[in-house]
Each structure stands twice: as structure tokens, then as C-alpha cells.
Write a protein that binds this ligand. Structure first.
Ligand SMILES: [Zn+2]
Length: 195
């Protein structure tokens, strides 16, 4: 190889290295942007710390359940919840928000209670998500609707407003995604904990 071609080769290598590292940096920044885009102006880390009401007044149509205030839900999710509730109400169906937003701390407490109940962390983690960030309730994207008759209405009609049931073992649990109205609901999976 002549001196000139060697210089050309190493020049090309330097350019390739620069392009690859710039691409990597952009990819990294891109991911960061996505995280912030989901909740404009709020990082997920902050959303995860926002507590929801621990309980609420009794559900007017079934006192075994609560009807919590939708406190702590990100604005887009709150709007979608309100739209869902009024559409149901127009059709004579009352939805009770048995559980909505949880903070990391609230989710951790649920896990600790499950450990007490079932005896080991391994058994508890079949029923309650741990670490807390795995829970869509902590991320403010999930609601539990009761009574079951009302949840059935949501399963049938919620997709058009962005609310889909996700798990076979949780008929009451719905998650919000802005893509569901156009993309449709994803297929059910057995459970949130994978057990
Ligand atoms: Zn749930």
C-alpha cells in the first residue's frame, strides 16, 4: 500500500468511527427524548414518585369497591379516563376507579404485604410486581375498574378511547395507550407478573 492510500484508508476509518459514535450518541439522546415525550415536562422518575389516593369513598353501585379520585394520573391519561367515564355514563354504565395511580412507595408496600401474606418474596412476586417501576400503576398508565360488570363494558368499548384490558387474570385492569384507538388492543397475556 502506498503512503497516500494508507492515509486515505485511515482517513476513512476515522470518518466511520465518528459516524458510528455520533449515531450512538443520537440514539442515546433519542431514547431520553422518548422518555420525556410520554409525559411532557415530567420525567418518568418524577411520575413514579407521585402517590395516588390510598382508597376513596365506596363505589356507589357496589360498596365492596372504592371510587377513588383520579389524582396523580398524567394529564393525557386523566383526560382519557374522564372521556371513558362520561361515555360509559351516557350509556347508563357507572365506572368506579377502584385503584389508579400508585407511587413507588405504595407499590412497594403492596409487595411487602404480599410477602407477609405468602411467606416468601418469590411467592409474593407472583402476585405483586416488584421492583415497583414494573407496574403501570406506578407509571400512571393503568386503572382498575369495578364492579366487574362495568369492567366488561370497558373491555368492549374502551379501546376506541385508548383503554385496553391486558391480562387474562385481571379482568378489572386497563392500560392507556394513545395508539390503541387506531392500532387496536393487543392480545391478552396471562398476567402482569408473568406467572
Ligand atoms: Zn391494575
Amino acid at each position: 500500500m502506498s503512503k497516500t492510500s494508507r492515509r486515505v484508508v485511515s482517513g476513512v476509518l476515522v470518518i466511520v468511527a465518528l459516524v458510528v459514535s455520533a449515531g450512538g450518541a443520537l440514539g442515546y439522546l433519542g431514547r431520553l427524548t422518548l422518555v420525556f415525550d410520554r409525559h411532557p415536562g415530567k420525567a418518568l422518575a418524577i411520575v413514579a414518585e407521585v402517590p395516588g389516593p390510598p382508597d376513596g369513598p365506596a363505589c356507589p353501585i357496589d360498596a365492596r369497591y372504592f371510587d377513588e379520585k383520579p389524582d396523580g394520573l398524567p394529564p393525557e391519561v386523566l383526560k382519557a379516563w374522564q372521556a371513558l367515564r362520561s361515555k360509559a355514563s351516557e350509556q347508563g354504565v357507572q365506572l368506579c376507579l377502584n385503584d389508579g395511580k400508585r407511587s413507588r412507595q405504595q407499590q412497594r408496600k403492596e409487595f411487602d404485604e404480599a410477602v407477609k401474606k405468602f411467606g416468601t418474596e418469590e411467592l409474593a412476586s407472583r402476585y405483586v410486581l416488584n421492583p415497583p417501576d414494573r407496574s403501570m400503576h406506578v407509571l400512571g398508565q393503568a386503572i382498575d375498574i369495578q364492579p366487574i360488570e362495568s369492567a366488561k363494558w370497558v373491555e368492549k368499548n374502551g379501546g376506541a378511547l385508548g383503554w385496553c384490558r391486558r391480562y387474562e387474570n385481571e379482568q378489572w385492569h386497563f392500560e392507556y395507550d394513545a395508539g390503541y384507538p387506531t392500532g387496536g388492543c393487543p392480545a391478552l397475556v396471562p398476567s402482569a407478573t408473568g406467572s
